[in-house]
Design a protein around this ligand. Structure first.
Ligand code: MG
Length: 392
């Protein structure tokens, strides 16, 4: 039995990762306790969570959401707030040990920074935060002795393979990519794919934004940048291999040529639980991997011509400074436009590339600096949309 209960704040509790995190809590009621919950707009689901888990601190995106929560009849937590301020309050509450950062897109940046400034362990599912401000977040965490543990399955796998090893012994990190639903599409077919088709991911059930990112391979690009900051390994030592079965979650190659891999079922409860249990391991509430049923495992090179977003991410990481933040912001704008039917699929990469071309990378060492670059890139990307708008 563990020494004491770990107390969690879950940012993004009504989303896919948040709900998986609560299932992990349900499986380990003697080891994990929810003390904070924060969500965006899904007040109905949030009210049910508040009713069930009785957090001492909670937050929603808007004041209107808070009003709806008050009217829901759910027992109200002692601390209740909205917006960025609310997220930060939940992330920094004195009772919180581990902050699970699973709020969508770039919204969680302030909360993650505040959490590590308060010495909390940040279990990060929100890769955008590390792409926008990886240098700032990791330096701040180091300065305050706060741990950052990855929930993203690839980085969680690498964390498991690296645990207890010397970074000097590592030749390269190898991130696996499913290849998404358009792995076999030609350039011509790619031009006419719909949002509906792009939302059908072959191996993982996830939120809408990350599912589109998986279809463009931008998700893997963002993960390359995320890996650089989580593990302190430069771009030249981070590779991507397409592995359609998503059984090998990622690998580490050591200087002697040995490759260690982490394998498992595709269920986010496993990396979430690892981040909560670390450095212990607990029995998991999901069936183990059946290797004989998994059958063949395939690996192939990613195609940079059909999937230009991956190369754009490497370009941003190599240039450094503000360019990864520009890449991330332009991608969020382009993906949203694609989901709304206002941009064709290849237009996503086009918007990102054009926004990056218009930007001169500069160092960013403050939250306000990151936010200024992010806002510029969003404006610029949005301004490109009318000329690229799909005519039907
Ligand atoms: Mg991932």
């Amino acid at each position: 039995m563990s020494a004491r209960v770990k107390r969690l704040a879950i940012l993004g509790s009504t989303g896919s990762i948040g709900q998986s995190a609560l299932r992990v809590v349900d499986a380990h009621p003697d080891r994990l306790q929810v003390v904070g919950l924060a969500a965006g707009e899904n007040v109905g689901r949030f009210a049910a969570q508040v009713q069930r888990y009785r957090p001492v601190t909670a937050a929603l995106a808007t004041a209107a959401g808070l009003d709806e929560l008050r009217k829901s009849g759910a027992p109200l937590p002692a601390a209740l707030a909205c917006g960025t301020e609310g997220l930060v309050a939940v992330a920094t509450h004195p009772d919180v040990d581990i902050v699970i950062c699973a709020s969508a897109g770039s919204a969680g940046l302030e909360a993650v920074l505040a959490a590590v400034e308060h010495g909390k362990t940040a279990a990060v599912a929100n890769k955008e935060v590390l792409v926008m401000a990886g240098d700032l977040v990791t330096r701040t965490a180091a300065a305050h002795g706060a741990a950052i543990l990855p929930i993203d399955s690839e980085h969680n796998a690498i964390h498991q393979c690296l645990d207890g090893r010397q970074l000097a012994d590592v030749r390269r990190l190898i991130l696996t990519a499913s290849g998404g639903p358009f792995r076999r599409h030609t350039v011509e077919q790619m031009a006419s794919v719909t949002a509906e088709a792009a939302l059908q991911h072959p191996t993982w059930q996830m939120g809408r934004k990350i599912t589109i990112d998986s279809a463009t391979l931008m998700n893997k690009g963002l993960e390359v940048i995320e890996a650089r900051w989580l593990f302190g390994v430069e771009a030249d030592r981070i590779d991507v291999v397409v592995h359609p079965q998503s059984v090998v979650h990622s690998m580490v190659e050591f200087v002697d040529g040995s490759i260690l891999a982490q394998l498992g079922v595709t269920d986010m409860q496993l990396p979430i639980q690892y981040a909560c249990s670390y450095p212990e391991r607990w029995a998991a509430p999901v069936p183990p991997l059946d290797l004989a049923r998994a059958g063949r495992l395939e690996f192939e090179e990613p195609d940079h011509t059909r999937f230009p977003c991956l190369g754009l991410a490497y370009r941003a990481l190599r240039a450094g400074g503000s360019l990864p933040c520009v890449l991330n912001a332009a991608n969020e704008v382009a993906v949203e436009a694609f989901l709304q039917g206002g941009l064709h699929f290849p237009g996503i990469a086009a918007v990102i590339a054009a926004t990056m071309d218009a930007h001169t990378p500069a160092p960013v060492d403050s939250l306000s600096g990151v936010r200024a670059v992010d806002a510029w890139a969003r404006r610029h990307a949005a301004g490109l949309l009318p000329a690229l708008t799909m005519r039907t």
